[in-house]
Design a protein around this ligand. Structure first.
Ligand SMILES: NC(=O)c1ccc[n+]([C@@H]2O[C@H](COP(=O)([O-])OP(=O)(O)OC[C@H]3O[C@@H](n4cnc5c(N)ncnc54)[C@H](OP(=O)(O)O)[C@@H]3O)[C@@H](O)[C@H]2O)c1
Length: 252
């Protein structure tokens, strides 16, 4: 290779040019950053979230094609949303939901059910709706976590949900083939959700992670977005769970 060739910058086409990417939960955090990255790669965006104003702000910043405000755990609203989508979707990511850390002595049964709906059941429902709508070779990307792999008091429900998702995603990948289905398992990510869960402990937690994580920094939503777009574009990937936690599960 000549010196001139070695010094040339990499030239490439945007990886999602003209493709339609739907982000259920695209108005904040991981979903928003994934939408931003997909847009930078040339995608047309369809964004959802429950809060209309926040969704509109996100949509105008990212020049989204369409937004639909609804609660993704509402089966009728989800059904209506899919019926309103274009005939062909290339990729769909789900980032709705939050964890529920329930002490066994006093679990809130309704919250526990809602948590199941937000993760396991939502993935099943989205997969059902994706049939014939997501193009062959397109993807479904779901969010899971690594934190629930720990064993401890108050973690029983979150651990069960965490264990269920990789098994569900692997089977969905077979059932939906040639649509590809993958799961991202994150540790702490610095998002509005983490801020709301940690409150005034947020900065302490960031500092603790900077000190202890093998990567010596906090994982950001942009890190997850990079992985999510890679899962959309690398056609060899399906049925798998991708850990992205800066090594958090390796340290106490
Ligand atoms: N942050 C972390 O440390 C972390 C770690 C592991 C896994 N995860 C998982 O990754 C996903 C995204 O987390 P995040 O931190 O990016 O959360 P976030 O900052 O709260 O953003 C969540 C997005 O989803 C929307 N949303 C939430 N519930 C919804 C629902 N029922 N229907 C429709 N839209 C909904 C939110 O908008 P509205 O509130 O307006 O609906 C927002 O756009 C979650 O499933 C979370 O459990 C997060």
């Amino acid at each position: 290779m000549s010196n001139a060739a070695a010094a040339s910058p990499v030239q490439r086409q945007p990886e999602l040019l003209g493709q339609t990417v739907v982000v259920v939960g695209g108005s904040a955090g991981i979903g928003f950053e994934t939408a931003r990255r997909a847009r930078a790669e040339g995608a047309r965006l369809i964004l959802t979230g429950r809060n209309h104003e926040r969704l509109q702000r996100a949509a105008s910043e990212l020049e989204a094609l369409t937004t639909v405000a609804f609660d993704a755990t509402n089966p009728a609203a989800l059904d209506q949303f899919f019926r309103g989508l274009p005939d062909r979707i290339d990729h769909l990511m789900v980032t709705a939901g939050s964890p529920y850390y329930a002490p066994l002595a006093d679990p809130d049964r309704e919250r526990a059910h809602r948590n199941f709906d937000e993760h396991v059941w939502l993935a099943v429902a989205v997969a059902q709706h994706a049939v014939g709508r997501v193009r062959p070779g397109g993807t479904l990307v779901f969010m899971g976590g690594t934190g629930g792999r720990r064993r401890g008091s108050g973690l029983s429900l979150v651990a069960a949900g965490t264990a269920a998702m990789p098994a569900l995603i692997a089977n969905l990948a077979l059932e939906l083939a040639p649509v590809r289905v993958n799961l991202i398992a994150a540790g702490f990510v610095d998002t509005p959700l983490s801020a709301s869960l940690l409150g005034n402990q947020l900065e302490n937690r960031r500092n603790q992670l900077r000190d202890t994580l093998p990567i010596r920094r906090v994982v950001e939503p942009t890190d997850i977005a990079a992985l999510a777009v890679h899962l959309m574009t690398n056609t060899a990937l399906t049925g798998a769970t991708y850990d992205i936690d800066g090594g958090q599960q390796l340290v106490a």
